[in-house]
Structure formats: structure tokens, C-alpha cells
Design a protein around this ligand. Structure first.
Ligand code: PMV
Length: 306
């Protein structure tokens, strides 16, 4: 049996805009998903995720199942597999669980089949899987989950930035949603108001580029201000909602340097930055809004065979 694990992620800047070719900055976190795979002679593939066992054509495990189909197609091979997924990430809540499942499944399958795949190659195959499942996907999630660290992504170009030396706070509404549905709603809004939405997405791109400089300068006040501007732009394309906005404002009122949604939005999580001395106060403010604070920190660790 081979086990591979991969991290979840948060977006400092640029979710949604990155789907339309604008840049984004995403950071791996120290919460991970591990996927164990054993090839079986029956030829059937079954997935066991957190105790739930299903056949591999089930909607519920579509990323893992699509990863299996993609590996079979790309490497012109056929097999059955027992796949066991264990997760420290809430699923469908904007922390990149789909990308982590996808890349850890691809890597573990490759190892089982004796195929050598660098992590960046896994990320590229993972991007094909996410695109097939979601209709549209940027390369951001699978890249950061494969390589770890803080990543700047612009179209197909990716680079690592220096690690972020400030605590993060993740507030989880507990509300699950489908990334594809939220992406589709942005696409509909763009179709209805093409030049307006194109300008908003391009402004998000400008925010990300400025954010990259603030990160390099370790200007955390500036970084927080830009996160707040990014949140305003995300609000304007309809991907925030009442529960998320309440968490964002609670965090800011408690002294967070910046707070915004992370990931697709419309449910899921918010990300706040706070100085060391203020983490407790910001966390308590989030909990007071009936949300959960998930302990997490930035991580340089990417996809790994265990
Ligand atoms: O909510 P998540 O973790 O699936 O992130 C989605 C991020 C988007 O930019 C909306 C889509 C993408 O593929 O980058």
C-alpha cells in the first residue's frame, strides 16, 4: 500500500480572478489530506473516505474518481484500486480539499504503477482533473497543494514567494458548497455585465500584484489593507454572503489587519491576518459569530510520499 499526503491552502489574493488569467497568491497550510492506495486484482475501484465506502463512479468522490480515470487514460493502463482518504480539511469549504485529494491520489497511483512523476507534473495532471470536474479551474490549487509554500500564479507561470511570517486565522462557517456552482455564477454575471466584471477581475489582478510587493517588504499592514480591498471586489461579484461578511467584519473589528473570504466563497471559510498579540481576540470574535476557528499555519510542505 502506498500513502501520499498533500496540504490544503488559503488564498491571500486572487480567487476567481485567477480562473480568468489574472494572478493569484495562494499559500499551503499545515492541514493535510492523505490518500492510501492498494492496487487490486478484481479490477474494481472503491473509495473509503472518512469511513464512508463507495464505488468509484459516485458523485461524492468525483475528484478521486476522475483522478483514477485520468491516470488510466494518460498512461494507457487499467487497474482496480482500494483508495482510503483521511482528511484534516473540511470538504467543500474553500480550503483546497479537492486539490489535495486529487494530487495525493495521482501521486499514490503513479507510485503504485511504478511511474515516476515530479510534483509539478502531478500538479499539471491534477489541473486537468479539476477542469474536467469543475468545468473551469485555474492551475493554482493543484500547484500549491503539490509544491507547498507561498505561490504566485499568473496564467501558466508559477513562482514561490518567501514564507509569510504572520499568524493566520481561518474562520469556518461550516456551510458546504460546490466550487463549480460558484464559478458558474461568476461566469453568468460576467456574461450579463461583461465589461464591468472584466474590470473588477482585472482590479483583483492589480491587488494581487501590489500584494506580492507588500509580501516581499513584509508590510503586513499594507497586506491586510489589500486583503480588505480584495474582499470588496469579491463582494461585488456576489461570492461573499451574509455569514462570511459577518465573520470578516467581526475579525476586522477585533483588530485583524485584514480579512476576506478564501476560495470560491458562498459558504466555506474566511482568512484573517493578525499580529501575534491579537490572534486570541480575533479568534474569539469569530467564535462569537457561531463559526469555528480552525487551527492552521502556513506550511512549506507540499505533496509527499509517506
Ligand atoms: O473553494 P476552492 O478551494 O475550491 O477554491 C476555488 C478557487 C477558484 O479560484 C474559485 C477556482 C480555481 O480553480 O482557482
Amino acid at each position: 500500500m502506498i500513502t501520499c499526503s498533500a496540504p490544503g491552502k488559503v488564498y491571500l489574493f486572487g480567487e476567481h480572478a485567477v480562473v480568468y488569467g489574472e494572478p493569484a497568491i495562494a499559500c499551503a497550510i499545515n492541514r493535510r489530506i492523505s490518500t492510501s492506495i492498494e492496487l487490486v486484482s478484481s479490477g474494481k475501484t472503491r473509495v473509503d473516505a472518512m469511513g464512508k465506502r463507495l464505488n468509484c463512479n459516485s458523485e461524492e468522490f468525483k475528484y478521486a474518481c476522475c483522478a483514477v480515470q485520468t491516470v488510466k487514460r494518460l498512461f494507457e493502463t487499467d487497474f482496480g484500486a482500494e483508495i482510503t482518504i483521511r482528511s484534516q480539511l473540511p470538504s467543500r469549504q474553500g480550503l483546497g480539499s479537492s486539490a489535495a485529494v486529487t494530487v495525493s491520489t495521482i501521486k499514490a497511483l503513479a507510485e503504485c504503477l511504478g511511474i515516476e512523476l515530479e510534483n509539478e507534473a502531478v500538479a499539471k495532471i491534477g489541473h486537468q482533473v479539476e477542469t474536467a470536474v469543475q468545468g473551469r479551474a485555474s492551475p493554482a490549487d493543484t500547484f500549491v497543494s503539490s509544491t507547498g509554500g507561498v505561490v504566485f500564479i499568473e496564467q501558466t507561470t508559477t513562482s514561490h514567494l518567501s514564507p509569510l511570517n504572520i499568524p493566520i486565522i481561518i474562520g469556518a462557517t461550516g456551510i458546504e458548497r460546490s466550487t463549480s456552482d460558484v464559478i458558474a455564477s461568476v461566469a453568468r454575471m460576467k456574461q450579463k455585465y461583461p465589461s464591468l466584471v472584466t474590470d473588477i477581475l482585472s482590479s483583483m489582478g492589480d491587488v494581487t500584484r501590489l500584494g506580492k510587493q507588500k509580501l516581499a517588504d513584509e508590510d503586513f499592514v499594507g497586506l491586510g489593507e489589500l486583503m480588505n480591498i480584495n474582499q470588496g471586489l469579491l463582494e461585488s461579484i456576489g461570492v461573499s454572503d451574509d455569514a462570511l461578511s459577518r465573520l470578516v467584519y467581526a475579525a476586522r473589528t477585533a483588530g485583524a489587519l485584514g480579512a476576506k473570504i478564501t476560495g470560491a466563497g458562498r459558504g466555506g471559510c474566511v482568512l484573517a491576518l493578525a499580529q501575534d498579540g491579537n490572534v486570541k481576540k480575533v479568534s474569539q470574535a469569530i467564535v462569537m459569530q457561531d463559526a469555528q476557528v480552525l487551527n492552521a499555519a502556513f506550511s512549506n510542505l507540499g505533496l509527499q510520499t509517506e
